[in-house]
Ligand binder design. Sequence first.
Ligand code: HEC
Ligand code: HEC
Ligand code: HEC
Ligand code: HEC
Ligand code: HEC
Ligand code: HEC
Ligand code: HEC
Length: 366
Amino acid sequence: MLKGGWCQFSVFLIIILSLALIPSVYARVSGPCVNCHTMHNSQNGSVVDPDGPNKYLLNVGTDPCIACHTGTNKGGGSSNGTTPYVFSNIPPTYGKDTLAGGNFYWVTLDGSKGHNCLNVPGMTPDGNLTTAPGGPVSGGACAGCHDRIDNCESCHTPRHHADDTQTAVVGAAGGFYRFLNSSAHGNNETGVKGIEDDDWEYTVSPSDHNEYAGCTDPVHSGVNLSSDDYSMSAYCAGCHSNFHGYVNTSTDTSNGGSPWLLHPTGYALSDTAAGKEYHNYNGGAGYSPLAPLARDQARLATMTGSSATVYVAAGQAEGDQVMCLSCHRAHGTPYRDMLRWDYSACDAGSANASCGCFVCHTSKDE
Ligand code: HEC
Ligand code: HEC
Ligand code: HEC
Ligand code: HEC
Ligand code: HEC
Ligand code: HEC
Ligand code: HEC
């Protein structure tokens, strides 16, 4: 600190002072402990939370995750203490009051519209799926996450007190991107890295969005997609390992990408061969939140916020990648298979601005 000189020290002072002047600016929970916790679930001889006591000594509801995360989003962000809502009792408006992960509301009406997260009120087990399609394991102690989704913590390891403002890219120290790490396995590389949009994409545009870590091997030279590498696709593939991949089949790890037998993920958009359509991704209008891309991890590490720039280079290295969340959302959507858009309205040869396939396959709507 002192080595940096007076100038840097003043900047440091200004930062400290502004933090002191605006105490409400946090990208983590803030406020008196008593707002959220109860030590004995008892105050003046009366119970604090009639449904309690709860884990983490939280003072709300039968299921604290649901109690705090149910509602209708009205804007505002992490920096001003807003709570992000992932479930709404009343019909949400897709893309208007929903966040990046979508909303579990639609899944309570139709199990094919998302993850059947069983602690959500009104949620029933998926009628079609008795295990995670393509999953690596099944049964026994693994079932509550790999065969069905028992609760939010099947996917998240909450770290509400972790400071995720220190660096732009949130990793282990910040509790990982959106607390995405397996509580059952929990070695660091099963976590996800990314840059967190302040309002969870309540407002979203080519230059205002989340940034996701891509796979470390976008040239698919033999590493299986489910290998842990902090990427979003490897995280999803942790439960759906054989189902999608950037190898041709679950067993073939030596392919060169042609012919594809599964849609690639963790694979960089390339412009090398003649006739590739990706150079015109999103009509040249920059990053599209309809069909988002994951970033090369070396590039991500240099980024300090979201960017509208799309990297579709000749060759694979450092190019932006197609990933699971290019086509799916994480919680639920109004569409089958938890897709980001209505796939049944994607017709070859007819332009449709709300079909995400055309964002990348730019010549298939002509
Ligand atoms: C705005 C709500 C909120 C406030 C205020 C709050 N907490 Fe928490 N706290 C949580 C939630 C939610 C969890 C759930 C588990 C997690 O995310 O780690 C938690 C978890 C914890 C944990 C267990 C996990 C860990 O990080 O060690 C401790 C200990 C804790 N809180 C202590 C405190 C103390 C002490 C205060 C006051 C100085 C406080 N909390 C204020 C919401 C809050
Ligand atoms: C006392 C209210 C409260 C409870 C209980 C609570 N949360 Fe949260 N949660 C919040 C608030 C407030 C935020 C926004 C914090 C921030 O800006 O980083 C948040 C943020 C999150 C995020 C997004 C983190 C990010 O990086 O933006 C996830 C994921 C999450 N909570 C999951 C859970 C899960 C899982 C549980 C149950 C174990 C839970 N929450 C319980 C209040 C709560
Ligand atoms: C903890 C394990 C786990 C993780 C992590 C996980 N899933 Fe799943 N997924 C499941 C299970 C179990 C099912 C089947 C039961 C259900 O639908 O809830 C499922 C079902 C699905 C379905 C089918 C939904 C339907 O009903 O048609 C899709 C699509 C999907 N997952 C995509 C993803 C994506 C994308 C990610 C990463 C953001 C992901 N999954 C992460 C366990 C997981
Ligand atoms: C199948 C795994 C899975 C389950 C189950 C799950 N989440 Fe998430 N959640 C994710 C992923 C992946 C993201 C990141 C989405 C993105 O950035 O596109 C996310 C994002 C979030 C966010 C940030 C807001 C947003 O929409 O991006 C919150 C808050 C959150 N989850 C809370 C919860 C709560 C509460 C539950 C239980 C009711 C839950 N999650 C269940 C995987 C899951
Ligand atoms: C609390 C939820 C939970 C339980 C219980 C659970 N898992 Fe997982 N598992 C996950 C999540 C989430 C992932 C994806 C994280 C990742 O791989 O990045 C995963 C990934 C995996 C993977 C993929 C390899 C890897 O490291 O990415 C294997 C194999 C696996 N689990 C085996 C098991 C076995 C075996 C059991 C039972 C003994 C089990 N899991 C129990 C949540 C769980
Ligand atoms: C190019 C878009 C795209 C990408 C990328 C993608 N999916 Fe899918 N996914 C789909 C579509 C479309 C369906 C509906 C079934 C079909 O058309 O094959 C689907 C269906 C699924 C299903 C349900 C299968 C069933 O039996 O019901 C799961 C699970 C799934 N995807 C997981 C993933 C995971 C995990 C990833 C990343 C490793 C991923 N998807 C990447 C488009 C995609
Ligand atoms: C984020 C960009 C992106 C999105 C969105 C996307 N794709 Fe792709 N798709 C790719 C890339 C990259 C390839 C690999 C092509 C290559 O090898 O050059 C590919 C390959 C394919 C192939 C195989 C082509 C071949 O050469 O064998 C088909 C078919 C396909 N995609 C259909 C779809 C459909 C249908 C959708 C919508 C559900 C979709 N894609 C969404 C990027 C995308």
